[in-house]
Design a protein around this ligand. Structure first.
Ligand code: BGC
Length: 381
């Protein structure tokens, strides 16, 4: 008699939990809360949601399980007023029609792979050349365009959203089934933290990153933002933005951001690398030790006083100054995204690493666990 009664209790508890899980709002611990509402339906008819993470200070991140998109991120300015510091769209439809990877999770390989080809364990793999003549950001349907399985979690340091995706063997041309978990947490110290882990069942290449376009003023161009990058070297590129293989000294070049400098201060200099990128669109070789968690960049916006620190375990940082924004996209609240109205700070491994024997390896093997933590931490000055 006792056994069925216990099962009944467990069943009732499960029903209560399931009902709670279905509720629109999830009050959590002291650290904040997460709520969930429908965001729309993908081209394949899959319904996706928008999760609002709010920490105890009132900072707020809206994140979708479509592409893991950070749709909005509200943090205080120096007067305490909250403002949205990322570019994007008000609706899912905007993202489905056209997006230069606004706010997205990027994978399986962030950045470019030359001519969409690489060799691993003696086998040659061919990827879509979606950024002619190269492969960019994981292919035609990268991790930014897939539906992730969401789970609301109460992280120790703030409300969180766990996203899971299994990329099949051969998907977008990459070998091996890659199971990826991405956990976003909006921490109590106003940081949006992204922690990736991944495992594979065959040797593969992995380079995951995040692609929010930031504008800490919430309007206008980003040329007055003051940037510091602790990197003595960067990876110069050819005209198709593929690294030449050299780790070049930044001293005396517009790529030296070891002393904080406005983005616009040197961006128009007569410099071949700036011409190739149409501005900054390069990978900096961070001075910190490989795999060590530490500062990758600090950005200060003088009119609002907002400061964003980028911290990461990754060895490189792609700093992209929004050179391909060209007024063709009207984003949130009717803002026409003009040339350099947003910038990206993408901690990652160096571009084209699968073809560059001198760059740190991006190979993941069965039995190994890929880990990558990216943090955007906000403060004011
Ligand atoms: C790249 C740019 C590219 C952009 C796509 C960035 O990560 O560095 O070259 O155009 O993504 O929007």
């Amino acid at each position: 008699m006792r056994q069925p009664y216990r099962s009944f209790q467990i069943l009732s508890l499960s029903i209560v939990l399931a009902v709670l899980a279905g509720c629109a709002s999830h009050p959590q611990n002291q650290a904040g809360q997460v709520s969930r509402k429908p965001f729309g339906t993908t081209k394949n008819g899959i319904a996706v949601d928008l999760f609002t993470l709010r920490n105890k200070n009132g900072a707020e991140a809206k994140i979708s399980n479509y592409g893991g998109l950070v749709v909005s991120l509200k943090v205080p300015d120096r007067t305490g007023k909250l403002g949205d510091v990322v570019l994007g769209y008000d609706t899912l439809d905007g993202y489905l029609k056209e997006t230069p990877y606004f706010g997205a999770l990027i994978g399986r390989y962030g950045n470019r792979i030359a001519k969409g080809k690489f060799t691993l364990d003696g086998n040659q793999y061919t990827l879509a050349t979606n950024n002619y003549p190269n492969a960019l950001h994981g292919g035609v349907k990268g991790f930014d365009k897939v539906v992730w399985t969401p789970k609301i979690i109460a992280g120790a340091d703030g409300p969180g959203l766990q996203l899971e995706y299994v990329s099949k063997d051969g998907e977008e041309g990459y070998p091996g089934t890659l199971s990826v978990t991405a956990v976003y947490t909006l921490t109590s110290d106003n940081a949006l933290k992204l922690a990736y882990t991944a495992i594979t069942d065959k040797d593969t290449v992995v380079n995951l990153t995040h692609h929010s376009y930031f504008n800490l003023a919430g309007k206008g161009d980003i040329l007055g933002h003051v940037v510091m990058i602790p990197a003595s070297r960067y990876t110069p590129v050819d005209s198709t933005l593929i690294p030449t293989g050299e780790l070049a000294d930044v001293t005396g070049t517009p790529f030296d951001f070891r002393t904080a400098t406005a983005i616009g201060a040197r961006i128009k200099q007569d410099n071949e690398q700036l011409k190739f990128g149409g501005g900054y669109d390069h990978n900096w070789v961070l001075d910190k030790a490989m795999d060590q968690y530490g500062l990758a960049a600090r950005v200060y916006e003088p009119t609002t006083g907002r400061v964003m620190e980028v911290l990461s375990t990754e060895p490189g940082l792609q700093f992209y100054s929004g050179n391909f924004l060209d007024s063709k996209i009207t984003g949130k609240g009717g803002w026409v995204y003009k040339f350099r109205n947003g910038f990206c700070m993408e901690p990652q491994h160096y571009p084209d690493s699968p073809n560059q024997p001198n760059f740190p390896s991006v190979v993941l093997k069965p039995g190994q666990i890929y880990r990558n933590t990216i943090v955007y931490r906000f403060a004011t000055r």
